[in-house]
Design a protein around this ligand. Structure first.
Ligand code: ATR
Length: 282
């Protein structure tokens, strides 16, 4: 698609930026919907994040995605933040407003939820407790998303227990910190297990956990998407549990930004998944 002088411009700001799949995702949608727009990678050094964001309205850009290491800087720099960004303390999507101010949101949480609901339609958020592993930025997104969805109780285990306790304190009484050593036992009665650690990622050790205590019909979600089928998901599949991989969140988190910048709500479908999967292939 050729861009004209009227093209809407957005992108993704990060350092390093070469690994980002966002240009592929947004580029696919721009092509598909024949939109006069461009989505470009911005390699912005760590110390330049705030200045680069403040330059967006001056350059006439529609906005930008923000990735490492700028998500907290973006949170601090924007003029308004949505509820997810406020709870998570990080902004991954910035939309330039008509008056030139910057609106920041965190679309990881709604992206995760949209993906879970699409990939595991039988999962009922309000029915049973959920178990979450980890205490990083994506854990915060998962906690926000699950509480928003109405999960009655979240058991949170992290190798470094203090971090799980800090998150439990921040997210309120529905979230309880559990010792990392108790991660298998805490699954009893849980309708969902969400791994938000890096365990199971290519080059990392597998996640060592026993799924025997999960009830029939429970769902296992892994945020890791390289490989797509982690040892955790393979074990869940072997036990007949629902399986949700990490790729969908990457795709779904891109939807709100695209809609705001380019004026059309894009679809996450098999075509898009295939494009990104092909790019992930070793
Ligand atoms: P994010 O990208 O979500 O911000 P992160 O801050 O890099 O993630 O955190 C990675 C998560 O994986 C952490 O919860 C980390 O546990 P610690 O808080 O104890 O560091 C977890 N993690 C990484 N390697 C691990 C391992 N070998 N065993 C257990 N947990 C591990």
């Amino acid at each position: 698609m050729t861009v004209t002088g009227k093209a809407r411009i957005a992108g993704v700001m990060g350092w390093p930026i070469a690994h980002s799949r966002s240009p592929l995702i947004h580029g696919h949608w721009l092509e598909r919907y024949a939109i006069d727009g461009a989505y470009v990678p911005f390699g912005v050094r760590p110390e330049d994040g705030a200045a680069a964001l403040r330059a967006l309205p001056k350059l006439g850009f529609a906005g930008t995605n923000v990735t490492l290491p700028h998500k907290v800087t973006a949170f601090e720099t924007v003029d308004v933040r949505d509820a997810a960004a406020t709870a998570i303390g990080a902004v991954n999507t910035v939309v330039v407003q008509p008056d030139g101010s910057l609106a920041g949101s965190n679309t990881d949480a709604p992206g995760l939820l949209a993906h879970l609901q699409a990939a595991a339609p039988t999962w009922r958020a309000g029915a049973e407790p959920a178990a979450v592993l980890g205490a990083g930025g994506s854990t915060r997104a998962a906690l926000f998303a699950l509480l928003e969805a109405g999960v009655p109780e979240i058991r949170l285990a992290n190798r470094t227990r203090e971090k799980a306790e800090a998150l439990a304190a921040a997210f309120g009484p529905k979230v309880t910190a559990v010792d990392w050593a108790e991660r298998s036992e805490m699954l009893a009665g849980c309708g969902l297990l969400a791994n938000t650690t890096s365990l199971g990622m290519a080059g990392q050790p597998p996640l060592d956990i026993a799924l025997e205590d999960m009830p029939e019909g429970a769902v296992v979600y892994d945020i890791v998407y390289v490989p797509l089928e982690t040892p955790l998901l393979a074990a869940a599949r072997a036990r007949g549990l629902g399986v949700v991989d990490g790729l969908g969140m990457l795709l779904h988190q891109a939807v709100p930004g695209f809609a705001a910048w380019f004026g059309r709500t894009p679809e996450v479908d098999a075509d898009l998944r295939a494009v990104v999967l092909k790019d992930l292939a070793p």
